[in-house]
Design a protein around this ligand. Structure first.
Ligand SMILES: C[S@@+](CC[C@H](N)C(=O)[O-])C[C@H]1O[C@@H](n2cnc3c(N)ncnc32)[C@H](O)[C@@H]1O
Length: 402
């Protein structure tokens, strides 16, 4: 006799199921938290305190965490507005998270998110005020990455999807964003557009320049920076100046000091640190991207006190190429954060001040916890709404040696 092998059924999908939920606090990622039958649902297009009909967009019967969209608001909260973008809403463009929220309320939500991450991941109790930066709602994004559909339609990706929402005009894009009039090619997937602070317009198709100059000219204060191709530069037109002011104000570099600028890009902070420490001081700028380093060499050629190291930060710190001591360390890592090894090696340089520029509050909070364990306490934190309508927020933290 053969034993019957039970056939295991996959858990039933809940996608498409609808329920009425009370919406709880905002969470990191552009959604709010609600509970449904003992499960957590991360609900987009909602606000804390609302009651909404929610359609599940991800998850099955075995999941404790689901995702959903508020498809009908049954009781609206203060701060809800009509989205100014015609492409925003459940199932539509995924570029923005908070089109349905007034800008001042968006900043409150972002402040709550930063505070919650600091509390949960670094054990720090703090109220966080997110400061507005003009323009504070629309027309700010100077760098856009467009996706091209197989039929040639140009648009932006839907939320957590490879599907393209065809878009004629993106209301958060800078008004001078070049119209993407490129002949459709079957192999074309991505178009990048840039509007520089000098007014140049660039178009790149799959990374190759098709219109505009080879590099963007960006002005910050009295200085000019060249940024080649789709290389990193802050996307909000006021971001670079705002962050330079914060770095100098918190880091307090003075003549004769030694500064280390980690993840230095095309040399934005190194330029102003170099001016602050003067000819008797030193700045070591570390950046792994070859094109950014070439731009940095051009951008900083008048500052012999700045040494540019083309290396990964962890390797430059381990090998001693970033030097063996510093008075002030500036870190501006990518979204994943600096992580424990780089934090430890930064502390080993013995700086009295560390300024950490962060585009992800979770990574920042984790790294702050590491700094704290190594004797560097969070002395100040500033937060800026440099990505209006989205869940992204930029923080600048000052860590001081105890
Ligand atoms: C957020 S950007 C900051 C750039 C610059 N501070 C600015 O404000 O323009 C992060 C930079 O880190 C660089 N990068 C990423 N991972 C790196 C690593 N492991 N080592 C060195 N540089 C890295 C990227 O190429 C990028 O230029």
């Amino acid at each position: 006799m053969t034993a019957e092998v039970p056939v295991r059924q996959p858990p039933a999908s809940l996608v498409g199921a609808e329920c009425e939920l009370d919406i709880g606090p905002v969470a990191h990622g552009g959604h709010c938290v609600a509970r449904w039958d003992g499960r957590v649902v991360f609900v987009r297009h909602s606000l804390p305190g609302e009651r909404a009909r929610v359609r599940i967009t991800e998850g099955d019967q075995s999941d404790r965490f689901l995702r959903g969209d508020a498809i009908e608001v049954l009781a609206a909260a203060a701060g809800r507005v009509q989205p100014p973008c015609p492409y925003a809403g459940p199932g539509r463009c995924g570029g923005c998270d908070f089109q349905h929220v007034a800008p001042a309320r968006q900043r409150e939500l972002l402040g709550d998110v930063v505070a919650e991450q600091l509390q949960r991941l670094a054990g720090l109790q703090r109220t966080v005020t997110v400061l507005p930066v003009q323009p504070d709602a629309l027309h700010w994004r100077t760098r856009m990455g467009w996706t091209v559909r197989a039929d040639g339609a140009v648009g932006l990706r839907r939320h957590r999807s490879h599907q393209v929402e065809p878009v004629d005009v993106c209301p958060i894009a800078h008004p001078d964003t070049p119209l993407v009039g490129i002949e459709p090619r079957p192999d074309l997937r991505r178009i990048d557009t840039v509007v520089s602070s000098a007014g140049e317009q660039q178009v790149l198709a799959d990374g190759q320049r098709v219109a505009g100059p080879a590099y963007a000219t960006e002005r910050v204060g009295e200085r000019t920076f060249r940024v080649t191709g789709a290389g990193f530069w802050q996307v909000h037109p006021a971001a670079s100046a705002t962050l330079v002011d914060a770095v100098l104000d918190l880091g307090r570099p003075v003549a004769g000091e030694r500064a280390v600028d980690l993840y230095s890009g095309v040399g934005l902070f190194a330029a102003f640190l170099g001016a602050a420490v003067g000819g008797h001081g030193t700045v070591v700028a570390v950046e792994s991207d070859g094109a950014a380093v070439r731009d940095a060499r051009r951008n900083l050629h008048d500052l012999p006190q700045v040494e540019i190291v083309n290396a990964r930060v962890d390797q430059a710190l381990r090998s001693g190429r970033a030097g063996d001591r510093a008075d002030v360390v500036v870190l501006d890592p990518p979204r994943t954060g600096a992580k424990a090894r780089v934090v430890r090696a930064s502390c080993e340089l013995g700086p009295s001040r560390v300024v950490y520029v962060a585009c992800d509050p979770a990574a920042l909070a984790r790294d702050i916890a590491t700094f704290d364990a190594l004797g560097y306490r969070l002395a100040d934190l500033r937060a800026y709404a440099l990505f209006p309508m989205t869940h992204h927020v930029e923080c600048v933290a000052l860590l001081e040696r105890r």
